[in-house]
Design a protein around this ligand. Structure first.
Ligand code: 5AD
Ligand code: SF4
Length: 474
C-alpha cells in the first residue's frame, strides 16, 4: 500500500526532471481482463482531468474493456476526482454512496478512485477506513501504471492503494482516447510551483515540469493528420512553460509560434497566470491568425491586499495594466477570468475593489467561487470571520455584475458574421448544432448535421447571457 504524503508532495528540489518514454506497459495477464466488460469514467473538475480521463479510457481499452455511458451498466467504474473545493469532494462521496448499493447487487463490479482527491492524505485514510469495499486508488502521477495496479488487485483481491507523492517526471507514450474528433487537449506541462496560498494543486499535481517541444509539436502534427481543427494547450500555469528547462531558453512564446506554424486551424491555451504573461507572448498571439483571440486570465481578487495574502505576486494595478495591454495589442480579444470571494480576511472594502476591477475590465465571462479551505494549504490556517451568508451575498452581487457584462459582450455580436467550429448537436435543441467562436462564445446554430466538425461562417441572430443563436451564412 502506497499512501499519499503531503510533506513529500510539497517538496521542490533542483533535481533534473526526467522524460520517461517506456513506462507504459500492459502485463500479458491483464491484456484481456476487460473482455466482454464495460467501463464507465466519471470526470470531475478541470480540463486536465478531462484529458487524464481520455488517457484512462485508452488504457482500459488496451485491456479490452469497452466504454459505456451508463454507470449502472458498467463492470468497472473509475471516479476521476477534483480537490479544488469542498463541493467537488462532496459530489464524489455522494456518488460513492450510490455505487456502494450497486456493488451489493453486483459483487463483480470493480470501483476505483483517481485524480486529485486520491493525492490527499485525509481522503485516502477515509477510503481505507470507511470504503473498504472499493477496489483500487491511484493518483495523478501514476495513471500509466493502471494496468499493473489492476493486476495487483486481481491477485490480492484487496483494496489496492497506489499513490505517488514525488515531484513527478514527464511520462511520454500514454495513449489517449479523445472524446472529440475535432478538438483536442494537448498537455504541455504538468504541476505548478506557484503555491498560491488557497490552492491544493501544487500538492496534488507536483512540481512544474514541461514536456519537450518536439513531443508537443509531433502530437499536434499527428492530430492535424487525423482531421483535428483545434488544439488546447493545457497546463496549470502555461505561461511558465519552459521555465524548468535547464539548457535552453525556449519559452511559451516559442512554443505558441511553433504550434501556430504547424497550420492547425485553431490554437488555444489554458490557464494563464498574470505573473508570467510576457510582452513577447502578447505579440505572438497578435501575430498568428490561428492563435485564438481568447485568454483565460484568472485575477482571483481585485484587492491588492488580498492578492498579497493569496500569494499571487501582482497587484490590482499590475493586472489592469496587463489586461489593457492585451486588449490594445490583440484585436477583438475576449478575456475571461476566475474570481474567489470570501478569502480569509476579505473585508467589504476588499470586495468593493473586486467589483471595481470587474467594472473596469468588463470580462467576457467569469467563473466565480466562494473560498473553500483546503487542508494543508497556508490559507486554511488564516483567520476567517466572514459568515457564509455574507459570502453568499457577495457572490450573488458579483455574479449579477459579471452576467451583465457577459450579456453586453454577447449583444455586441448580434448581426455579425463569425466563424464557428460546429462540434455537436445542441443540448438545448436537437435540430440545432452547437460550437464555439474563436473567442470562446458558445453558439447554437440552425444547421444540418453535415456541418459537424467544420468551421463555418455564422450570422449571429440573438444574444443570451451564456450563449448566442445564429444561422449559417455561406
Ligand atoms: N477555494 C475556492 N476557489 C478556488 N480555486 C482554487 N482554489 C480554490 C479554493 N480553495 C479557484 C481559482 C482557480 C480556479 C480553477 O478555482 O479561482 O483559478
Ligand atoms: Fe493553484 Fe493556479 Fe496558483 Fe498554481 S497558479 S497554485 S494552480 S491557482
Amino acid at each position: 500500500m502506497l499512501k499519499p504524503n503531503f510533506k513529500e508532495a510539497k517538496k521542490r528540489t533542483k533535481d533534473d526532471i526526467k522524460v520517461l518514454r517506456n513506462e507504459y506497459v500492459i502485463p500479458d495477464d491483464v491484456k484481456n481482463i476487460g473482455k466482454n466488460k464495460k467501463y464507465f469514467i466519471k470526470t470531475y473538475g478541470c480540463q486536465m482531468n478531462e484529458h487524464d480521463s481520455e488517457m484512462i479510457s485508452a488504457i482500459l481499452e488496451d485491456m479490452s474493456y469497452t466504454k459505456t455511458s451508463d454507470y449502472e451498466d458498467a463492470d468497472l467504474i473509475i471516479l476521476n476526482t477534483c480537490a479544488i473545493r469542498e463541493n467537488a469532494h462532496n459530489k464524489t462521496f455522494g456518488m460513492l454512496g450510490r455505487i456502494k448499493h450497486m456493488k451489493q447487487e453486483k459483487p463483480g463490479l470493480m470501483v476505483g478512485l483517481a485524480g486529485c482527491m486520491s493525492q490527499e492524505e485525509s481522503v485516502v485514510e477515509e477510503i481505507i477506513n470507511k470504503y473498504k469495499w472499493m477496489d483500487f486508488v491511484f493518483g495523478t502521477h501514476n495513471i500509466h501504471k493502471l494496468p499493473e495496479i489492476l493486476q495487483e488487485h486481481v491477485r490480492t483481491k484487496k483494496l489496492e492503494v497506489n499513490v505517488w507523492s514525488n515531484e513527478g517526471n514527464v511520462i511520454e507514450g500514454i495513449p489517449s482516447k479523445r472524446d472529440s474528433k475535432y478538438k483536442a487537449w494537448v498537455n504541455i506541462m504538468y504541476g505548478c510551483d506557484k503555491f498560491c496560498t488557497y490552492c491544493i494543486v501544487p500538492y496534488t499535481r507536483g512540481k512544474q515540469r514541461s514536456r519537450m517541444p518536439e513531443d508537443i509539436i509531433d502530437e499536434v502534427k499527428d492530430l492535424i493528420k487525423r482531421g483535428y481543427q483545434e488544439v488546447t494547450l493545457l497546463g496549470q500555469n502555461v505561461n511558465a512553460y519552459g521555465k524548468d528547462f535547464k539548457n535552453t531558453d525556449y519559452k511559451m512564446e516559442n512554443l505558441l509560434s511553433d504550434v501556430a506554424k504547424t497550420g492547425i486551424k485553431r490554437v488555444r491555451f489554458v490557464t494563464s497566470h498574470p505573473w508570467d504573461f510576457t510582452d513577447n507572448m502578447i505579440e505572438v498571439i497578435a501575430k498568428y491568425d490561428n492563435i485564438c483571440n481568447y485568454i483565460h486570465l484568472p485575477v482571483q481578487s481585485g484587492s491588492s491586499r488580498i492578492l498579497k495574502l493569496m500569494g499571487r505576486r501582482y497587484t490590482k494595478e499590475d493586472y489592469l495594466k496587463l489586461y489593457n495591454k492585451i486588449k490594445a495589442k490583440v484585436k477583438n480579444c475576449s478575456i475571461t477570468t476566475d474570481i474567489i470571494v470570501g478569502f480569509p480576511g476579505e473585508t467589504k472594502e476588499d470586495f468593493k475593489q473586486t467589483l471595481d476591477l470587474v467594472k473596469k475590465c468588463k470580462f467576457d465571462s467569469a467563473f466565480t467561487f466562494i473560498y473553500s479551505p483546503r487542508e494543508g494549504t497556508p490559507a486554511a490556517k488564516m483567520v476567517d470571520e466572514t459568515t457564509l451568508e455574507e459570502k453568499e451575498q457577495r457572490l450573488h452581487k458579483l455574479n449579477e455584475l459579471v452576467n451583465k457584462y457577459s450579456k453586453d459582450a454577447n449583444r455586441k455580436l448580434v448581426g455579425k458574421i463569425i466563424p464557428v467550429l460546429l462540434e455537436s448537436v445542441s443540448e438545448k435543441d436537437e435540430n440545432m448544432l452547437a460550437g464555439y467562436t474563436d473567442t470562446m462564445k458558445l453558439v447554437n446554430v440552425k444547421a444540418d448535421k453535415k456541418y459537424i466538425g467544420k468551421i463555418v461562417n455564422v450570422k449571429i441572430l440573438d444574444a443570451k447571457t451564456w450563449s448566442l443563436d445564429g444561422e449559417i451564412n455561406e
